[in-house]
Write a protein that binds this ligand. Structure first.
Ligand SMILES: Cc1cc2nc3c(=O)[nH]c(=O)nc-3n(C[C@H](O)[C@H](O)[C@H](O)COP(=O)(O)OP(=O)(O)OC[C@H]3O[C@@H](n4cnc5c(N)ncnc54)[C@H](O)[C@@H]3O)c2cc1C
Length: 409
């Protein structure tokens, strides 16, 4: 008798799990069913930014077709939401009214984009940046439209860049006094801001959005900018407003089923939830207090879980990950720590005219973090030094100059 594995969600983590299971499972050992709420089969969500910027075609982000799943004996149900888990009978209820039994269940439900609860913002021309429907909405705008992006993190900057590439007028608003504050120190953020302004995107920092006012076809965002010199009230008319202010793990199914949930669905090193028959991977999961917000950890989890589900128990442990900004001409790379702590050695290399900034933190003779703006060619070299915790002594003096110098040392 084959074991029935049911996967909720058909995003990037889910697809990678199916691929890994197909690689490892003994013939006829598993029967796999995947249920996804979105209309189309899994696509490369990471490339939504490149699609918005016109750097890849709409079909260039597809990963696998319905036919691919069918040819491998995997049942794929799209356009259907799982509405409840009944652990007493090991079954999930679907929005279609159907119920599907499982032997083991995997939750790969990803995240929801956060929408700021601004008065008046519950209108069609206020969107988020998470899925193909959001991007289609942006793509439908005529060139020259006035757009506002709220959120100066990675996604907000990529949305602003994509809209600019499509010929829109773009204003990027951020609540703090610097962009990408989770990945960049003050100097790196200033360098990035200069590069963005150079691309004709207006940037308003230290600005708190207050409300949206719509009169007929016109909408206006009201905001306050709080500078040292005082507070200014601003009013910005817009045709489309994009909120890119963060994500929230989708935990509602797990919570309703009585599983342990914190920010994400809490999982053990084997990726099991508080019910040993139910597992969670990707952005909905929380492993050792960490909720992954990038695709690489989700892939590592999928690989480990596939081993466990195929009878060869494996564990997953969160590792340092790197962030890359996908804005052509403005390369940014960040990994590990970027704020100095007591006892750190700080190595900085700047060439303002070339827009290059490089900051490396060394702690106990090992790399603890790096920020690269303008030239990121050595990013993976530094990430490798960070994850391997290699001693730097032999090439410490050449560290700032990258792989080629270090290898020659
Ligand atoms: C514009 C953009 C750019 C990004 N750029 C990068 C990048 O450069 N590098 C990087 O590493 N990461 C990037 N990310 C993040 C990356 O896309 C995510 O980390 C990754 O997609 C997470 O995969 P996931 O499978 O956990 O979640 P998702 O891809 O969100 O998939 C979850 C799926 O589950 C479905 N679902 C949820 N609940 C249910 C339910 N009850 N029933 C049925 N289906 C359900 C959802 O509809 C969704 O399709 C980016 C994200 C965006 C939006």
């Amino acid at each position: 008798m084959s074991e029935h594995i049911v996967i909720v969600g058909n995003g990037m983590a889910s697809l990678r799990l199916v691929e890994e299971l197909l690689k490892r499972a003994m013939p006829n050992a598993l029967r796999i069913t995947v249920i996804g709420e979105e209309a189309e089969p899994a696509y490369n969500r990471v490339l939504l930014s490149s699609r918005l910027a016109g750097e890849v075609e709409a079909d260039g982000i597809s990963l696998r077709s319905h036919g691919w799943y069918a040819a491998r004996g995997v049942t794929l149900i799209t356009g259907t939401k799982v509405t409840a888990i009944d652990r007493t009978i090991s079954a999930v209820a679907l929005s279609s009214g159907e119920s599907i039994g499982y032997d083991r269940l995997v939750l790969a439900t990803g995240s929801d984009p956060v929408r700021l609860p601004l008065p008046g913002a519950d209108i069609d021309r206020v969107v988020t940046f998470r899925d193909t429907k959001d991007v289609e909405r942006m793509e439908a705008l005529p060139a020259g439209s006035r757009t506002i992006v709220i959120g100066g993190g990675l996604l907000g900057i990529e949305a602003a860049w994509g809209l600019k590439r499509r010929g829109m007028k773009v204003t990027l608003i951020h609540v703090l006094d610097r962009l990408m504050e989770r990945q960049l120190d003050v100097n790196g953020a200033r360098q990035l801001e200069k590069a963005i302004l150079g691309n004709d995107i207006e940037v308003i920092l230290q600005a708190t959005s207050k409300r949206v006012e719509s009169v007929g076809e016109a909408s206006i965002l009201h905001l306050n900018q709080n500078m040292k010199s005082g507070e200014t009230n601003l009013q910005l008319p817009f045709d489309l407003l994009v909120m890119a202010v963060g994500i929230r793990p989708r935990t509602e199914l797990a919570r309703a089923a009585g599983l342990d949930v914190n920010r994400g669905i809490i999982v053990s090193p084997t990726l099991a939830t508080s019910d040993p028959l139910i597992f969670a991977i990707g952005e909905c999961s929380e492993s050792a207090g960490v909720v992954p917000g990038l695709v690489e950890p989700a892939y590592q989890q999928a690989e480990a879980l596939s081993r466990t589900l195929c009878g060869d128990p494996a564990t997953y442990e969160p590792k340092p990950v790197a962030t890359n900004l996908k804005v052509s001409g403005v390369p940014v790379f960040s990994c590990g720590r970027f704020e100095t702590e007591a006892g750190d050695e700080v190595i900085c290399l700047t060439d303002p005219d070339l827009g290059i900034y490089r900051k490396l933190l060394v702690s106990d003779g090992r790399l603890a973090g790096c920020v690269l703006v303008g030239d990121t060619a050595d990013g993976l070299f530094y990430l490798d030094l960070l994850t391997s915790a290699r001693a730097l002594d032999r090439f410490r003096a050449d560290l700032a100059f990258g792989r080629a110098w270090c290898e020659a040392a």
